[in-house]
Design a binder for this molecule. Structure first.
Ligand code: ADE
Length: 256
């Protein structure tokens, strides 16, 4: 996977690629990256990258010309049908919501170009010509796209083949439509709080069952929307469905 980040603040994203697991993946050649400073593609004396919007309104917009040149330098292609086209993503609060399913989809690409906005956004013509996906990392407004680009890079690179073991991915949050089970390490008793007995039992089948029950319990309590969506998509196996039913029954009985 190759990531190219287009930004006015390259030092923000540079640091991320030096972090431990990412650095290992880069060393092994599984991940490659390039950070492009959009300002290097502004051709006037002051390297201007922004101007006021036509039609008035608050704030400044990023200029199309430096952005267009930076995108071309990154290998972005005009239009949609090109056999070796990197997928171009523009980070914006008005994009489609980012989630684990989209992370998996993007992790399957050969190359992502992440375009980080500043100010009030970018000229629409750049979006129309080059951008494949407008993506938001949540319903809040950040001061710029760099933090959002890092979220997308972090969530996707770890899903790229060989970056981390598949066992670590199997039971983490969102896999199979459930949140992760609670985890414990030494000591057995921390300030009077004991590790659940089952985890000390060495009984693998019981431990597996306990963890599944905890995943369902936690997801029902914190993210009932995930359970509903999983049910609609037929995502859950028989055992999980019966645990959901059991917990719902207990909940109803409590209310009676
Ligand atoms: N830029 C500013 N806010 C953002 C958000 N919520 N998601 C993605 N990019 C952004």
């Amino acid at each position: 996977m190759k990531y190219t980040v287009l930004t006015l603040f390259p030092e923000i994203t540079d640091a991320f690629f030096a972090n431990s697991i990412m650095a290992k993946a880069v060393d092994k050649g599984i991940i490659t990256y390039q950070v492009i400073n959009i300002r290097d593609y502004a051709q006037d004396k002051h390297h201007t990258c922004d101007d006021a919007p036509y039609g008035g309104g608050p704030g400044m917009l990023m200029l199309s010309e430096p952005l267009g040149r930076a995108l071309e330098a990154a290998g972005a292609k005009k239009g949609v049908s090109h056999p070796f086209k990197p997928r171009v993503i523009y980070l914006t609060p008005s994009g489609r919501p980012f989630n684990q399913a989209l992370a998996k989809e993007l992790a399957g690409e050969d190359e992502l170009i992440l375009l980080c906005g500043r100010y009030e956004g970018i000229d629409q013509r750049i979006i129309d010509r080059y951008v494949d996906d407008e993506i938001s990392i949540g319903d809040y407004v950040l001061s710029s796209g760099e933090a959002a680009a890092l979220v997308i890079i972090d969530a996707t690179y770890r899903l790229v083949d060989q970056v981390i073991t598949s066992e670590s991915l199997d039971e983490e949050s969102f896999s199979g439509g459930l949140l992760e089970y609670p985890q414990f390490t030494r000591p057995e008793v921390y300030d009077t709080m004991r590790v659940p007995e089952v985890l000390l039992s060495g009984h693998h089948a019981n431990i597996r069952r306990w963890r599944l029950e905890k995943r369902v319990e936690k997801t029902l309590a914190l993210r009932p929307d995930l359970i509903r969506r999983g049910e609609e998509a037929g995502l859950f196996d028989e055992e999980t469905v019966s645990i959901i039913e059991e917990l719902r029954k207990n909940e109803r009985n409590k209310g009676d």
